[in-house]
Design a binder for this molecule. Structure first.
Ligand SMILES: *Cc1c(COP(=O)(O)O)cnc(C)c1O
Length: 374
C-alpha cells in the first residue's frame, strides 16, 4: 500500500470520481458485461486497495492481480470480491494460494495435477481459471493442446476449473489476428460443451478489445478484463475515459543565475541571457521523472508552461522561469503531469508507454485520494 502523506512537498493526486466515470463508460460500451477489474502492480500505480474498494462500492465483484502477494494485500485490506491471480505461482507457495481464498491461474496440466495433489492433502478445494495461449506466446496451455488438457483437468480432485481465458497482444493494432484468437476461444468452448464439459466463466477482452473488438464481449464470453482504460487511457478518440493521476510538487528554492552559469550534472544547460531565474523542484528520477527526457519536459505553474532544464537528478530537477520570474515565489504549486500536461504527453517525453508512467511513480510519492466516499 502507498502512504497517504509524507514530509516532502511532492505528491500524486488520484481522482476516484473519474475512476467511477471511466467504469461507467467501459460498462456501457461493453453492453454491461460483467467485469474482472485488473488492479495488478498496485492498481497500475494508483493504489490497488483504494481502487478495488471504490470499484467494489460501484458493484464490481471480480479483481485480477499479477501476484499472490497482491491478492493477499487486497484480502487483508477488506476486499471481499473474487480475486484472480493472473501470474504463475511457484510450487513452493501452492499451500498459500490454496489457503488465501483466491482463484489461481493454471497454465499447464502438470501444474494442475500438482495443485490438485496439494489441495487434496490439505483437504481443501481450489478454484482455478485455465489460461490458454491463443497467440500471446506467454503463459498458458498452447491452443492446440487446450481441449485435451482441460478435459483431463476436469477429472482432478481438489481443483474446480471454473474459468477459461486468453490474452490479446494486439487488440488495438491487429484486428484480424485478434479476431482469430477470439474465434479459437469460441471454438474451444463449443468443442468442450459438445463433450459435456461446462466451464462457467470465459474472458479475453482487455481494455483495447472493449473499444475495438465487440466479439470479445459477445455471447461466448461472460466477463471483460480491462486495466488501463479504468485508469483513463484508450487508443480510440470515442472512448470516454480520463486519467486519474495528477503529479504535483512545490518550488523549494529559487535563484537568479548569471550568463554562463550552468545547471545540474554534466552541465548540459547553460544560461545565455544576462540573468535567468531557476526554480528547484523536489522531484527527480527516484520519484517519477526519467533522466532520458531531461531538458524536454515542461511543468505548469499558475496555468503557464515552463521548461525543465539540465539533467534530472535523483531527488530534484530544475525549471527555468526566464528573465523575469513573473511574481512566482518559493512554495508555489507545480504540476508535472495530469492536468494541462497530459499523462500521454509526459509518456512521450519520457520515452515510455502510459502503463510505465503510471507504474513509474515510486512508492516514495504519497497518494492523495480525491472523490472518496466517506
Ligand atoms: C494486464 C492484463 C490485462 C489488462 O490489460 P489492459 O491493457 O491494461 O487493459 C488483462 N489481462 C491480462 C492477462 C493482463 O496481464
Amino acid at each position: 500500500m502507498f502512504s497517504t502523506h509524507s514530509f516532502r512537498s511532492t505528491w500524486l493526486e488520484v481522482d476516484l470520481t473519474r475512476l467511477k466515470e471511466n467504469l461507467k463508460s467501459i460498462f456501457t460500451h461493453a453492453n454491461k458485461k460483467s467485469m474482472i477489474a485488473v488492479v495488478k502492480a498496485d492498481g497500475y500505480g494508483h493504489g490497488a486497495v483504494e481502487i478495488a474498494r471504490t470499484l467494489e462500492q460501484e458493484g464490481v465483484s471480480w479483481f485480477a492481480v499479477a501476484t499472490l502477494d497482491e491478492a493477499i494485500e487486497l484480502r487483508e485490506n477488506g476486499v471481499r470480491g473474487d480475486i484472480l491471480v493472473l501470474g504463475p505461482v511457484d510450487h513452493r507457495w501452492q499451500r498459500e494460494i490454496i489457503n488465501c481464498g483466491c482463484v489461481a491461474t493454471v497454465v499447464s496440466l502438470a501444474e494442475a495435477e500438482h495443485l490438485s495433489k496439494t489441495a487434496v492433502a490439505l483437504d481443501k478445494s481450489l478454484r482455478v481459471h485455465v489460461k490458454v495461449d491463443t497467440g500471446m506466446g506467454r503463459f498458458g496451455i498452447l491452443f492446440e493442446q487446450a481441449f485435451s488438457d482441460i478435459s483431463a483437468m476436469m477429472e482432478l480432485p481438489g481443483i474446480t476449473v471454473e474459468g477459461c481465458f486468453s490474452h490479446l497482444p494486439s487488440a488495438d493494432h491487429d484486428r484480424e489476428f485478434s479476431e482469430h484468437q477470439i474465434q479459437r476461444m469460441r471454438n474451444l468452448r463449443h468443442d468442450l460443451e459438445k463433450k459435456g464439459v461446462h466451464i462457467p466463466f470465459w474472458h479475453i477482452a482487455n481494455s483495447e478489445a472493449v473499444w475495438n473488438l465487440s466479439d470479445a464481449y459477445g455471447t461466448d464470453f461472460t466477463h471483460i478484463r480491462p486495466g488501463i482504460s479504468l485508469y483513463g487511457v484508450a487508443s480510440v478518440p470515442f472512448a470516454n475515459v480520463k486519467t486519474l493521476m495528477t503529479l504535483k510538487t512545490k518550488i523549494v528554492q529559487m535563484k537568479r543565475l548569471s550568463q554562463g552559469s550552468t545547471v545540474s550534472y554534466l552541465r548540459t544547460y547553460r544560461v545565455t541571457m544576462p540573468k535567468e531565474w531557476i526554480a528547484v523542484l523536489p522531484i527527480g528520477y527516484a520519484d517519477a521523472v526519467p533522466v532520458v527526457g531531461s531538458g524536454t519536459y515542461e511543468v505548469v505553474i499558475r496555468g503557464k508552461r515552463y521548461p525543465q532544464v539540465g539533467r534530472v537528478c535523483m531527488d530534484s530537477m530544475m525549471v527555468s522561469l526566464g528573465e523575469n520570474k513573473e511574481g512566482i515565489r518559493e512554495g508555489e504549486e507545480v504540476e508535472i503531469f495530469g492536468g494541462e500536461i497530459s499523462l500521454l504527453e509526459f509518456a512521450q517525453k519520457s520515452q515510455r508507454i502510459p502503463y510505465e508512467v503510471m507504474c513509474g511513480v515510486s512508492k516514495r510519492v504519497p497518494r492523495i485520494y480525491r472523490g472518496e466516499e466517506k
